[in-house]
Design a protein. Structure first.
Length: 266
């Protein structure tokens, strides 16, 4: 089922495409940095095609009216490829990602927000995220705090939603509560057939899996269908507390994932 040859060819395509797109991107960062998200979105869309991933989008991301925090579930680094090609936003990642070979470099130059999850660093991290939102940047935040086996959605950490307590400027310049949009991601089909529960961990990266070994499995199969569903955006003011906001978003995302995995569109 897994072909190391196909995995190698797809990875080679990814490397070549990255090397071709890197110089123009670095130049763009110097002359028109605000266009960076559009460029990276185009880059990730082609990456998804090169590795044999077909992305189906349901609903619509909230864009064009100021910064938004997108709140998806998280199975593996493959989520970055999928979401990066759909949403005009920057990722929030744990600080360790900055040191990953190759991928860490891509994350740094694409202006990923790196956060130190130690309690002693929480105030500093909130300030960094606040500054990015005030600058008009939308962010993608994985509120589970870690990845899982792709068959479930872990509870969302309410502490991550401290960012939702601030107001931001909309496209009209008026101050408003920060919108939070829940997002469900599900790896649903392999060569057109439903992916079984036993196969989903091949697309998830968790526990003590090695990156190289996981890449062979994730890239060495057939064509993969990934479905992304954008749910109605909400604000902290609608729920009164971060805990209730986290519970609501988790419920919506979890139900969305279950529905997509079961093949139900609505």
């Amino acid at each position: 089922m897994i072909s190391p040859t196909i995995a190698g060819l797809r990875f080679l395509g990814f490397v070549v495409w990255t090397l071709l797109l890197l110089p123009p991107y670095l130049a763009l960062q110097l002359v028109a940095p605000r266009r960076g998200p559009d460029y990276t979105r185009f880059y990730w869309r082609i990456v998804a095609r090169l590795i044999g991933y077909r992305v189906i989008v349901r609903g619509r991301p909230l864009e064009g009216d100021g910064p938004v925090v997108f709140l998806p579930n998280h199975a593996s680094y493959l989520d970055i490829i999928v979401l990066g090609g759909v949403v005009r936003a920057f990722f929030v990642a744990k600080s360790e990602v900055a040191g990953w070979p190759g991928f860490g470099f891509l994350a740094r130059i694409s202006r990923t927000v790196f956060i130190d999850r130690r309690p002693s660093a929480s105030a500093r991290e909130r300030n960094v995220i606040r500054d990015r939102l005030e600058a008009g940047d939308s962010l993608i935040l994985f509120a589970e705090g870690t990845s899982n086996d792709g068959n479930r959605v872990l509870p969302f950490k309410s502490s991550f939603l401290a960012v939702a307590e601030q107001d931001v400027a909309g496209a009209d310049g008026q101050t408003r509560p920060l919108p939070v949009q829940p997002v469900s991601i599900a790896y649903t089909r392999l060569d057109g057939l439903p992916i079984s529960r036993a196969l989903r961990p091949f697309f998830a990266w968790y526990g003590d899996m090695t990156l190289a070994g996981h890449l062979i499995g994730a890239l060495g199969m057939g064509r993969i269908t990934v479905e992304v569903e954008f749910h109605p955006p909400v604000t902290l003011a609608e729920f009164g507390s971060r805990k209730q906001l986290a519970l609501h978003c988790h419920k919506v995302v979890s139900h969305g994932v279950s529905r997509l995995l079961a093949g139900r569109e609505t």
